[in-house]
Write a protein that binds this ligand. Structure first.
Ligand code: 6YU
Length: 499
């Protein structure tokens, strides 16, 4: 029979799988991972599309270099391209990325000189660097990134001539849409200024995993004994601070209730559900309820939407050497509010497109990014509506009224996923990194209790410096598993020994 503490992990995203894998490696024998959906991977999700694979969720290893555990695992498993492993690739910093080959189309149906964009991007990057240098000490807690950048725009624009003003405003508007996608915020006005620099980046030129990001999770879960991960097991509630009899007349402090009526007793539960799920459900999910401090953290932190619209074309209309397509809406300005009518204007929020490579293995595929309320509206449209909108859109930008429509599409709908409720976490105005730490704190908080560490919290949203990423999620799973490893090694007990 299996001995030792019973650990139940809720959620089989990379955080939950990482926690399970580490506990298993340290000899824990009573591990269950309960996953609401029919698959593992969570926001890491690879699907077949066109001639190849497409990432519905996480796409790049951000900062692939030593120290980034996703990079380290992926290289250990042999999942990376040879050029990714070159030392020179691993040293590139975020603001000196060799600006990838961009085509810039404008809504007036013309192409824009990439050099104009490069100059404005450099200026914009100096502002982002200034944003990152704020610390809580010298900063108004109500200030936002958006407000700061707008002030810089107003100031700089005094030196531009009339024609430059129009074009630069449109270009800056486009850069802010990209920033919204990176942050998963509707507007950068919702993103807190002071803690923005706490988000930490590893060096290295962002890379993809050719066999799909999901192959990483599959490698990680491979050593787990069969039956460890239970799919279609949505958890409904967690009762903690109780006494629940298990097998061997052992009494456990926690009981997990599932939507299907099943229940599991446990000594420790690691909760890895997304912040978006907690925002909707935390009130009736925990009994006794969470402390005000934790409830505040869940309420105040931001969890927004970034979606993809992936389009396959029979033939590329873009130059074969371009890797990115930037879209500029002439006449737009980041200083004015966007038009209200969603149906007519949602597509203007699309930040741009990445050309998925290589075309020989992929087909001719563009991956567009869209964040915020317009992205959530897009989720409610049918494929046909989106295809027809995108056909008109590209005809307008290329100036070619005969441009053939895309031949197929797939898009993500992260906001509508009941067990996700959005894409990833940002530190919103009104919150700070302290909220992230509060969210990560295990229950019960009183260190003197008889049964500590009953409910632990992992997941992307619990990593103060690495939230919103796969490596942050992975680190959080390892972090909470390590707490339990430490607890049982403190007691001098080897959990792997059968008593
Ligand atoms: C990265 C990237 N990337 C694009 C898009 C998305 C995300 N990320 P999971 O949700 O995976 O797992 C929880 C599980 O729990 C899940 O399976 C649920 O079904 C289950 N569950 C929920 N409720 C349950 C219940 N009641 N019972 C049982 N089970 C339940 N990250 O590294 N590179 O390129 C992208 C991107 C469209 C949606 C991304 C990227 C984010 C990662 O995908 C995400 O963080 C992790 O996968 C989460 O893992 P997890 O295990 O925590 O949760 C200053 C500043 C800030 C700027 N931030 C910049 C960061 C840039 C982020 N980049 C994003 C870009 C893309 C394109």
């Amino acid at each position: 029979g299996s001995q030792g503490p019973v650990v139940v992990i809720i959620g089989a995203g990379i955080a939950g799988i990482a926690a399970a894998e580490k506990l298993h490696k340290h000899g824990f024998q009573n591990i269950k991972v309960l996953e609401a959906t029919g698959r593992t991977g969570g926001r890491i999700r690879t699907e077949r599309f066109a001639k190849g694979l497409v990432e519905i969720g996480a796409q790049w290893i951000h900062g692939p270099s030593p120290g980034n555990p996703v990079f380290e695992l992926a290289s250990q498993f042999g999942l990376l391209r040879p050029d990714t492993l070159l030392e020179e690739n691993q040293k590139i910093k975020w603001d000196d990325n060799p600006s990838s080959l961009q085509v810039i189309y404008s809504s007036a149906g013309r192409k824009i000189d990439p050099e104009v964009m490069t100059n404005i991007t450099e200026l914009y990057n100096t502002w982002v660097t200034q944003v990152r240098n704020f610390t809580n000490a010298d900063c108004d807690p109500e200030a936002s990134v958006g407000q700061f950048i707008r002030e810089k725009i107003v100031h700089s624009s005094q030196e531009w001539d009339k024609e430059q003003v129009k074009m630069n405003m449109a270009l800056l508007g486009a850069l802010l849409k990209v920033e919204c996608c990176v942050t998963a915020a509707h507007s950068m006005d919702q993103v807190a200024l002071c803690p923005f620099g706490e988000y930490t980046m590893f060096p290295g030129l962002d890379c993809t995993i050719p066999k799909g990001f999901e192959s990483l999770v599959n490698h990680m879960k491979a050593p787990l004994p069969e039956g460890t991960v239970l799919l279609n097991k949505a958890v409904k509630s967690i009762q903690w601070n109780g006494s629940f009899p298990g097998s061997n007349s052992h009494v456990h402090p926690v009981q997990v209730q599932c939507e299907d009526g099943d229940s599991f007793v446990a000594d420790h539960v690691i909760v890895t559900v997304p912040l978006g799920f907690l925002k909707k459900r935390s009130v009736d999910f925990f009994s006794p309820p969470l402390s005000p401090r934790k409830t505040q953290a869940i309420k105040n932190l931001g969890f927004g939407t970034n979606n993809k619209i992936v389009l396959e074309f029979e033939k590329p209309f873009w130059d074969s050497n371009s890797t990115q397509i930037q879209i500029i809406w002439e006449g737009e300005s980041p200083l004015t509010e966007p038009k209200e009518d969603m149906k007519q204007n949602w597509m203007k929020k699309i930040a741009g497109f990445v050309v998925l490579e290589p075309p020989e293995q992929m087909g001719h595929v563009l991956c567009g990014f869209i964040a915020g309320e317009q992205s959530e509206y897009m989720e409610t449209l049918t494929d046909e509506e989106i295809l027809s909108t995108m056909t008109d859109y590209f005809r307008k930008f290329t100036g070619d009224p005969e441009l053939p429509p895309p031949i197929s599409m797939v898009r993500s709908q992260w906001h509508s996923q009941p067990y996700t409720g959005g894409s990833y976490t940002y530190v919103a105005v009104g919150s700070s990194g302290i909220d992230v730490d509060n969210l990560a704190e295990p229950l019960p908080t009183d260190k003197e209790v008889l049964k500590p560490l009953q409910v632990l919290f992992a997941g992307e949203a619990t990593e103060r410096n690495f939230h919103s990423t796969t490596h942050g999620a992975l680190m959080s799973g390892w972090r909470e598993a390590q707490r339990l490893v430490d607890k049982y090694s403190d007691l001098g007990a080897n959990v792997s020994k059968t008593k």
